[in-house]
Write a protein that binds this ligand. Structure first.
Ligand code: CAA
Length: 257
């Protein structure tokens, strides 16, 4: 792969989007390579957490590649949006937990990519925004839908309609970013620590919790609670729940395999 680096170390897979000259902008090739990386992770029996970052200090991802969008026909633009949406949705449907490590600009498609991750860490210099209306466009990789689901209707409209950029501290205050770091190195170290915490928990429990939280968003409360009860009860058929509960009662640490 030319622009996406996948590096697996133990239970953590790191994906780096590496197209620094154009601030890691997403063209079709980058999206296709991201999709390949996800396919590899999907079939892994060892990876529990995925960390996702952009190469360099300046940008996580500065959006969809504007030069590639220049002469798109309506049909091509729709195909491009559907490709980005499909790739981003596949981060959400992974069993593994995905941590976005946002360094610098996360704009347009870059912000939309971060929104499709489960946990967001950011460096102090991170800037989030949806500048699309300034290009005469709207977000096309899920931003019009995921931002309102994450931050609520009014914040989503405020940021999308104004193209206002928001820094990492404000995004933390808004509840989207979990932690803010002075440097990329500190952020990576903290993400690995977080990954190791997740990896010490029940594999099926973590995957099941992620899946039912995602699924519940698209259901009414009654159906969502039913989905939760289904997922909760299924875990009682697994050795993992037996081990977790026994370990608590025997006052020892669980040993999940
Ligand atoms: N697409 C293509 N190239 C991009 C890019 C993008 N989204 N963002 C930056 N670049 C390129 C620049 O063209 C420039 O290339 P050259 O050196 O060849 O000229 C290089 O990256 C460095 O960028 P700047 O010189 O502009 O750097 P800066 O520090 O002055 O500004 C910035 C940084 C504010 C992020 C600015 O680059 C910028 O505004 N980028 C565009 C952000 C944007 O509008 N993103 C939304 C894209 S549309 C989208 O994502 C639609 C969708 O939802 C599907």
């Amino acid at each position: 792969m030319d622009f996406v680096k996948l590096n697996v170390q133990g239970s953590v897979a790191n994906i780096e989007i590496s197209k620094e000259k154009s601030l890691n902008a997403l063209n079709r090739q980058v999206l296709t390579e991201l999709s390949k990386a996800i396919d590899e992770i999907k079939t892994s029996s060892t990876v529990r957490v995925v960390t996702l970052t952009g190469a360099g200090e300046k940008a996580f991802v500065a959006g969809a590649d504007i030069s590639e969008m220049k002469d798109l026909s309506k049909t091509e633009a729709e195909e491009f949006a559907l490709l980005g949406q499909k790739v981003f949705s596949s981060f959400e449907s992974l069993d593994q937990v995905v941590i976005a490590m946002v360094n610098g600009f996360a704009l347009g498609g870059g912000f939309e990519l971060a929104l499709s991750c489960d946990v967001l860490f950011a460096t102090k210099n991170a800037k989030f925004g949806l500048p699309e209306v300034g290009l005469g466009l709207i977000p096309g990789f899920g931003g019009t839908q995921r931002l309102s689901r994450s931050l609520g209707l009014h914040m989503a409209k405020t940021l999308t309609l104004s193209a206002e950029m928001v820094d990492a501290d404000k995004m933390k205050a808004l509840g989207l970013v979990f932690e803010v770091f002075q440097t990329k190195e500190e952020m990576v170290a903290a993400a690995l620590k977080f990954a190791s915490k997740v990896s010490s928990k029940g594999t099926q429990a973590v995957a099941s919790a992620k899946a039912v939280i995602e699924k519940g968003f698209d259901l009414d409360m009654k159906a969502a609670l039913k989905a939760e009860a289904d997922s909760f009860s299924k875990l009682f058929q697994e050795a993992e729940a037996n081990e977790g509960i026994s370990a608590f009662l025997e006052k020892r640490k669980p040993s999940f395999t």
